[in-house]
Design a protein around this ligand. Sequence first.
Ligand code: SF4
Length: 560
Amino acid sequence: MLIRLVALNARFVHSSPALFYLRNLLAENLPDNELELCQLTINDPYYDTLLRLAQGSPAAIFFSVYVWNAAYVRRLILDLAQIRPDLALVAGGPQAAHLELPTPVKLTVAQGPAEGLGPDFYGDLARGRLGSLYRAAAAAPFAMPYRPEDCRGELHNRHIYYESSRGCPFACSYCLSATRRGVAYRDLAAVLAELELLLSCRPPVIRFVDRTFNAPPERALAIWRFLARRGVDTRFHFEIAPDLFDEAGLAFLAKVPPGLFQFEIGLQSFNPASLAAVNRNPDLAKARANIRRLAASGNIHLHLDLILGLPFETAASYRLSLNEILALRPHHLQLGLLKVLPDTPLAQRREEFALRCCQEPPYPVLATRWLAQPALADLYRLGELIEAYYNPRYFLATLAYLLEREANPAAFFAALATTAGEHGFAGRARTQELLSTILAHHLRRRPDGELGLELLRFDWLACGHRRLPVHLVPAGVGDELKTAQDRLWRALPDHYPPLFRPQSRSSFFKRSVFAPFSAAALNQLGMGPGDQPGIVAFLAESTGGLKPRQATVFFPSPDR
Ligand code: SF4
């Protein structure tokens, strides 16, 4: 019999470890069956996916159901049940029990970790007599689910998700991990051997799914040391609690190669009342200090999260959290909405907190006792605008200047949001050109607008553009990029190491872009002596690093 195992991932590069765990368990318990792994995405055309799953007469189809794919999976199950009423449909994963199907549709729900499913499940599956619910034993041992051939097959060019521990030492009340107690740590030697095997396949990214990777810190450090020693191109992603680092870990992390590690850090709020209400009790002072230290090293990609809509979070306290998180200068900010997931301790306190949320997965919050719907919507849009400006590499110099000066960055972004509203920001593609146009309009209203516009011009050219857009061309100066290039062409000698030799002089001038900047702008950019204008060459090479842009060189103004 053919059993099809299906994962609907959020993006093509993602993969689903659940599929591989299940493949191994089915191969072990029902060895005579044909197993087919099928990784698709929720962005694939629905009808094609439906036909793809129904073809070839499978006897059973298994789905992994999460908040992000539950709606898509539900639709597939409803339609597959029409096409093939005899087909066994099995759902596992955290949202499997919440699909709420109409009665005639038969679905088998496997609840809990797949390793905990008993012989009754496999026996019933083989006999074609599956029941509606199977509860797995909670504390089953688990091993890495991948086989060497997976790297060349199903995992090729995808992120690999790896679990060195299962469970979380914390119990945040909005999280499904809060419903399960305890953490199962795998044997460290086995973990390192498995990682060795995975690294031999040279995957682009390995994402550790351990819910709080650096608890305990010594174990995390042992794994980090091993990964850094391997000197590979693979990037490693970890979910981290920032207040749990120890001195040895921080000292080691300061020296890892740039870009090797990415840390995702869920701060969620800086409001102690909100954190306490969702059963989070981080040491905020330690978290701030450790993140600042990691950010100062500049070698680890830091991704920080806030959640909008927590209990006790008012508009004022959320703006303070925004200011706090911006002050930490992460590389990436995620300003997401609270999701009120069924079966979580938070969901049981919905009435107490007056939480209103969408009825369908992922159940995002609409209003709370502290934030009426219009106020929450305003803060959500503000968060979207901050993400649009802060996360790309488009405005590094301009935002560095503005954020250094703004005592209240959230207020600055709120004012920018008003300008964005005047330019129809909502509903338009957030291209660099649109964002830059809006920011230019906003800067022109400020007393330091000229300096801001120069920095915006620098940012535009540092992103590899060879021409200025209309909104960044200074009035009445003609083609200032061409003029700057001509001036330097005349002024520079034939031999200018290490930039060019006589034979490569023309090519250097053809491949680079030149623009004049004032002393004030250069001072802000940390280029030149600080009190003279000059010309910046944007070279045909990248700075590298975590947000790569064009490398630049300063030249004193040839007229001086
Ligand atoms: S939100 Fe993170 S830290 Fe909190 S219980 Fe869930 S996995 Fe653990």
